[in-house]
Design a protein around this ligand. Structure first.
Ligand SMILES: [Zn+2]
Length: 357
């Protein structure tokens, strides 16, 4: 196994690696500096997705320690019939039509066969496992409730059904969960190092769902998916606030330690928006490796490479002590993040991230 694998695994064990690992992720085919790759094509052609991720790695001046592979997160919804408008390689295609429009539509979903409907996503994993020569990589697995809310159906339908038609919604979530479990297991069988499990993306679940609803409809199904791949060496939980809100609102889930309920090895959230790194390390450090520290907008998108280096140095000072820390962004990078800022993260980690033996 590669040095990078050992380094990442030491962080996952909450141990001290030889230096702080780093990872940056985005919708890689939808990034202007990666010419010749199509985000639309990557959603239906596993090789296109794998090639775009490999092109990103080749574009860098340094070797990244952990690659997060990012499909269009509605890739399962597409197979159930939802339609999205792909335009100009834009990373966020608009929703044109969703499969579940009425409560009666939930029962029309079927469990997707990872070897049939989802084969292209698996082909991406298969190619990367062969071509990355032991470099660790994790594939993105979206939470079932997030898939239901944003892709299979729409927020108004799902929130209404939680109250008025919970059994119909549960039936739909059961199918989405089983599909996600079957797919995640195949991702591991094809040679991925682990999963990047995203919860919360694109919406307002943190304030809109009650504690009981979050426990049933988010955690309840999420846990089943994560337990099904319990042996995966890397299980990274991403607590998303891309929808504009965070889990510190209306209940303070993050700082209460609620995410310890998730059977994962590492957590990632937008520490520029809520819960600073050192605070999270204090709360979660005995359970999880901490992943984060660079502001994806103000620093990575808008800052100079000197700003980026200074931010990485600062993050390492705040969360690097004792190991068990990976430098990363709080969410997917903006497509226009300059390549030199990717390199600045790597350079800073080399300069400031060494642990003395
Ligand atoms: Zn996110």
């Amino acid at each position: 196994m590669s040095d990078r694998y050992e380094r990442v695994m030491a962080a996952m064990r909450r141990d001290v690696p030889d230096r702080v690992p780093w990872a940056l992720w985005g919708h890689f085919p939808a990034v202007p500096f990666l010419k010749y790759y199509s985000w639309e094509k990557a959603n239906r052609d596993g090789e296109e997705s794998a090639r775009a991720h490999m092109a990103l790695l080749r574009s860098l001046d340094y070797k990244m320690d952990l690659l997060k592979v990012t499909p269009f997160y509605r890739f399962m919804a597409c197979q159930w019939g939802s339609k999205f408008r792909w335009e100009d390689n834009d990373e966020s295609p608009a929703t044109m039509d969703v499969t579940v429009k009425t409560p009666g539509d939930w029962e029309k979903l079927w469990v997707l066969d990872p070897r049939k409907e989802l084969r292209e996503a698996l082909r991406c994993v298969e190619i990367l496992a062969k071509e990355l020569y032991g470099m660790p990589f994790i594939y993105t697995i979206p939470s079932p409730i997030v898939q239901a809310l944003h892709g299979v159906s729409e927020p108004e339908r799902v929130y209404t059904d939680m109250v008025e038609n919970p059994d119909a919604l549960r039936e739909g979530l059961e199918t989405i969960t089983q599909t996600t479990i079957d797919f995640a297991k195949e991702v591991m069988a094809e040679g991925a190092t682990g999963v990047f499990f995203g919860i919360g993306g694109g919406g307002d679940i943190w304030s809109r769902m009650t504690r009981e609803q979050l426990e049933e409809y988010a955690l309840g199904y999420d846990k089943r998916v994560l337990e099904a791949v319990g042996d995966a060496p890397v299980k990274l939980l991403h607590i998303c606030s891309a929808g504009g809100e965070d889990p510190q609102k209306d209940g303070g889930l993050m700082e209460e330690g609620w995410f310890k309920n998730y059977p994962v090895d590492a957590i990632n959230w937008d520490d520029a928006l809520f819960t600073p790194l050192e605070k999270a390390k204090e709360i979660y450090g005995d359970r999880f490796c901490i992943v984060g520290g660079v502001d994806r907008n103000r620093t990575l998108l808008e800052g100079t490479s000197r700003h980026v280096e200074a931010a990485v140095k600062d993050a390492i000072e705040r969360a690097g002590r004792g190991g068990s820390f990976i430098v990363g962004p709080g969410c997917t990078l903006n497509a226009h993040t300059p390549l030199e800022n990717y390199n600045a993260v790597a350079r800073a980690v080399e300069k400031y991230g060494r642990y003395k033996a």
